[in-house]
Design a protein around this ligand. Sequence first.
Ligand code: NAD
Ligand code: UFG
Length: 339
Amino acid sequence: MRVLVTGGAGYIGSHTLLQLLRSDHDVLVYDNFTNSAPEALARVQSLSNRPLAQVTGDIRDSTRLNETFAQFRPEAVIHFAGLKSVGNSVAHPLSYYDTNVAGTLQLLRAMSSHGCDRIVFSSSATVYGEAIYLPCDEDHPLQPASPYGRSKMMVEMIIRDWAARHRDTSAVLLRYFNPVGADASGRIGEDPTDIPENLMPYVAQVAVGTRAELSVYGADYPTDDGTGERDYIHVEDLARAHCAALDYAARSPGCEAINVGTGTSVSVLQMVAAFERASGRPIPYRVVPRRAGDVARMCANVAKAQRLLGWQAQMGLEEMCRSTWAWQSANPAGYRQQA
Ligand code: NAD
Ligand code: UFG
């Protein structure tokens, strides 16, 4: 299948490209490299030993998008491109609505103009907000607590309406829980340009010596050890979910939101202990007050992914930590330093 991948140079996109190329899809990446490096694509090409077409462009640039659609004639789009920091979205809400919402509108217009009627969209568990019940299924009310989360919810609604206008259209809204880990090669991985907001990249930077200690945001939650629990999903499993979603979209018109997680949750201190075992390095930490907006526990009901996509997570905490360490230790400065 000819697949256009927006934001393909990013963390989740680069891992998904590898799976797509290994499954013999023809792929074109459309990315403006605002939060990624061309080096990631070079490494994907060398790992897969397959050609990878690339266009440097912004999803808000309709001229460039239309040129790209006319030349490549994609049969499907996987749409990763977007801004993703919860904290930054509070400070810069308009940038988030512009890139995530207005950018998606341009993309859907280009798809409509060029007869492309299949999309897999990167949504997030953040659309659920504070869960009323766990594990959280796809029918849980949507009550996102940040501009970022609201931008994802709005895009979901827009895509749902777009898909409803024509009976041959198919859309899969993948709601990722907490993606972590890296390709087992250690050649590609998550490369935050700033101080990491998320737990796993922060822990990895402490292990490699870039940061002195981890701040554990609260040890007084109603969880077994008092620290926050999340449903971490290995990025390779997540990449496989995109391939399964593409196959599903090819045979199933309509629009479905689908959780992508493992169905189990892991605490901050469990993650720290697992990373110490995987890396053989100590992870000094200090318990500090809770982070505003954090919830005690989040966990996916993954029955729908299994039922519709025939997909389920295969990789556990140990592989998540081991692969992150392989990437971080070989690339302490990420893509800014050649391996
Ligand atoms: P990332 O920042 O690594 O990748 C996003 C890519 O989009 C980058 O390559 C960036 O350069 C590109 N991009 C951004 N704005 C663009 C624009 N205007 N035009 C073209 N390209 C643009 O992020 P990621 O972690 O790989 O996340 C991918 C998607 O998954 C995002 O939409 C994100 O919101 C969503 N998501 C991520 C997580 C997570 O924890 N990583 C969780 C849930 C959902
Ligand atoms: N945490 C720490 N110290 C840190 C960072 C995080 O203790 O330095 C804790 C948090 O308090 C939380 C857990 O580690 O209990 C996980 O935090 P993350 O920031 O890694 O992940 P979140 O669940 O807060 O949010 C992430 C993304 C969201 C996304 C959500 C679900 O940031 O964009 O996962 O996919 F929506």
